[in-house]
Design a protein around this ligand. Structure first.
Ligand SMILES: Cc1cc2nc3c(=O)[nH]c(=O)nc-3n(C[C@H](O)[C@H](O)[C@H](O)COP(=O)(O)OP(=O)(O)OC[C@H]3O[C@@H](n4cnc5c(N)ncnc54)[C@H](O)[C@@H]3O)c2cc1C
Length: 437
């Protein structure tokens, strides 16, 4: 088992910590490690916020990498927690299967995806929890529990979207999705008004995936592109399935992206050109990687945000409040000279338990560089979330306080039920402390 004691950043590069970090290779090492009083287990540290940070001990599960079972006929796969999506995709795609839900990057581990209950661009059943058949969990008192929707259901529900606070996920069995090709038929629809945006949103039932990218918004205008897609039913050779090469941003792109995320003028210019270029491909056949993981084009784009890093806030707005909330944000941006470098909106209609990011309406996510306006921004979102009782996606969050959590009606129950497993609060993170779990 290797041990690291060096300072490192989270993905958002907004928090620098200096914990002991260990990399167990086998169960006996892991059992020894969890004798410690305070720790959190991690996957590939791709969370934007601080759910995977503990300033005492981080147990990295990256060495647990086996494919335990793969039924190629039924598409049922059991994977150890440290397997990355990037590593398993080429194997399953060649057999006509994909992950049923995927986040916007493939550099994530199975354990991290389950513990954060990731969502993607699916127009229905857009949470990994719907496809997890069972989980093998090592509890803080060293028991291994098999949980599923039928067996130890409470532990199963607490663990998916439990932010690593119930124990260490050793492996998960997932029901994969059958595909006829790794190409998608993509349609791009431009919108320049709220009505056009809503009309686009009405079309999502015709598609398996959808997402909207926002160029700009004001109190009476919103412009951007809806991206819709379905798997294409075409014959292609699966052995030619490729994923982007791992490319680093390099000096020039770091400079260009640095300008875009720092200066509103460049951000607007970039967005204008991006939209003009993209909308010319009204209908296009795209490869799996291009549709789901455009952000993986540079694997270290987070460095473009400079020394203090970035944060993302993602919240759920009911349709009737959508225009009103975006207007509030627009006026606030205008008065403070703030802008968001990347705005994405998805329509969602999802059931959830405990702290799952679920409900009905629009999920709005905004990326920000951290600079002198950080406190003003934080206070503003604190107020909006409190007054409008919005649900925040804690898996990505960096600014929430305890009061955000009470917008989830099962927050108290989550805390209480967690005591079944994490009585001594051994498993804790900067996030769990921040919202007082
Ligand atoms: C470019 C980009 C795009 C993204 N897009 C999306 C998106 O569309 N949708 C979305 O939902 N998320 C998205 N994310 C966030 C990211 O996908 C999730 O945070 C993911 O869960 C991170 O996986 P990880 O392996 O890096 O986990 P980590 O960040 O290392 O850990 C995440 C959580 O899981 C826990 N954990 C990790 N491994 C284990 C284990 N074995 N047992 C118990 N707990 C464990 C940790 O304690 C922590 O609470 C995006 C991130 C990036 C960088």
């Amino acid at each position: 088992m290797s041990i690291n004691q060096k300072t490192f950043f989270n993905w958002g590069r907004n928090t620098k910590i200096n914990p002991k970090e260990i990399f167990p290779k086998k169960l006996s090492d892991l059992k020894k490690a969890i004798n410690e009083k305070s720790f959190i287990s991690t996957g590939n540290q791709r969370s934007f916020g601080d759910v995977a940070l503990n300033d005492k001990l981080i147990i990295s599960m990256r060495n647990f990498k086996k494919v335990i079972y793969f039924n190629e006929k039924k598409g049922i796969i059991e994977l150890e927690c440290g397997v990355l999506l990037k590593e398993i995709l080429p194997i399953i795609v060649k057999k006509n299967w994909i992950f049923p839900v995927t986040p916007g990057t493939k550099y994530v581990s199975i354990g991290g995806m389950v513990a954060n209950n990731i969502h993607g661009k699916n127009t229905q059943k857009n949470q990994i929890k719907f496809y997890v058949k069972n989980i093998k969990l090592l509890t803080p008192n060293k028991k291994i529990i098999l949980c599923s929707p039928k067996r130890n259901k409470k532990i199963f529900d607490l663990t998916i979207g439990g932010f690593g606070l119930t124990g260490i996920i050793l492996s998960a069995t997932i029901q994969l999705k059958k595909i006829s090709s790794f190409y998608l038929k993509q349609e791009i629809v431009e919108f320049n008004t709220y009505n056009e945006f809503y009309n686009g949103a009405k079309r999502i039932d015709n598609f398996e995936y959808s997402v909207s990218w926002i160029e700009s918004f004001t109190d009476n205008k919103i412009s951007g592109l809806w991206f819709f897609s379905n798997h294409a039913n075409i014959k292609k050779n699966y052995t030619s399935f490729k994923i982007f090469n791992e490319k680093r941003i390099g000096v020039i792109w770091r400079l260009i992206l640095g300008l875009i995320v720092n200066i509103n003028f460049f951000s607007r210019l970039f967005n204008y050109f991006y939209k003009t270029y993209k909308k010319s491909f009204y209908k296009k056949l795209v490869q799996y990687d291009q549709y789901f993981y455009p952000q993986d084009y540079f694997i270290d784009w987070n460095k473009a945000y400079g020394k203090k890093g970035m944060f993302q806030i993602q919240f759920l707005v009911p349709k009737e409040k959508f225009k009103d909330i975006l207007s509030k944000i627009y006026y606030f941006f205008k008065s403070e000279g703030i802008f968001s470098s990347f705005v994405v909106i998805k329509k969602i209609n999802e059931k959830g338990k405990y702290l799952n990011f679920a409900g009905k309406g629009y999920s709005v996510s905004l990326d920000f560089i951290i600079n002198s306006k950080f406190d003003v921004l934080k206070n503003f979102f604190n107020e909006i979330v409190r007054i409008d009782k919005l649900k925040v996606n804690f898996a990505k969050d960096f600014i929430a306080n305890e009061s955000y959590a009470y917008n989830f009606k099962e927050f108290k129950k989550f805390k209480k039920d967690l005591l079944i497993l994490n009585k001594k609060n051994k498993l804790n993170s900067s996030f769990s402390k921040r919202i007082n779990i």
